[in-house]
Design a protein around this ligand. Structure first.
Ligand code: SF4
Length: 107
């Protein structure tokens, strides 16, 4: 496992555990969820932004060209919705046009 892959795995594991502890056994509906704030502690740690076009591609660990929440493997909810749930930020909605450093390609 490369250093970047290992770091990403550790980040994902930590966030998944935090999410499970924050909402055990609770399944929130998207329409009830608040939007993730860019200055949220976890969002800031993951460099989340509502606008992926503001991210310099040279600063991303993953070289894939077009990256935004709508084409990330971790997005949930309905295609076409402007705000959608994300596995990394349980209980919050992320912008479909957004991005964070955990972005992963859909397979
Ligand atoms: Fe967006 Fe993917 Fe990051 Fe979730 S994990 S905020 S969908 S880029």
């Amino acid at each position: 496992m490369s250093k970047i892959a290992r770091r990403k795995f550790i980040q994902l594991s930590a966030v998944a555990v935090a999410g499970a502890l924050a909402s055990p056994g609770r399944r929130a509906y998207a329409q009830d969820m608040p939007k993730l704030a860019e200055d949220d502690t976890m969002a800031a740690a993951m460099k989340y932004t509502h606008d992926a076009s503001t991210v310099d591609p040279a600063t991303r660990a993953n070289p894939a060209e077009v990256q935004n929440c709508a084409n990330c493997a971790l997005i949930q909810g309905n295609d076409g919705d402007e705000w959608r749930p994300c596995q990394i930020f349980p209980g919050k909605l992320v912008a479909a046009a957004g991005w964070c450093s955990v972005w992963a390609p859909k397979v």
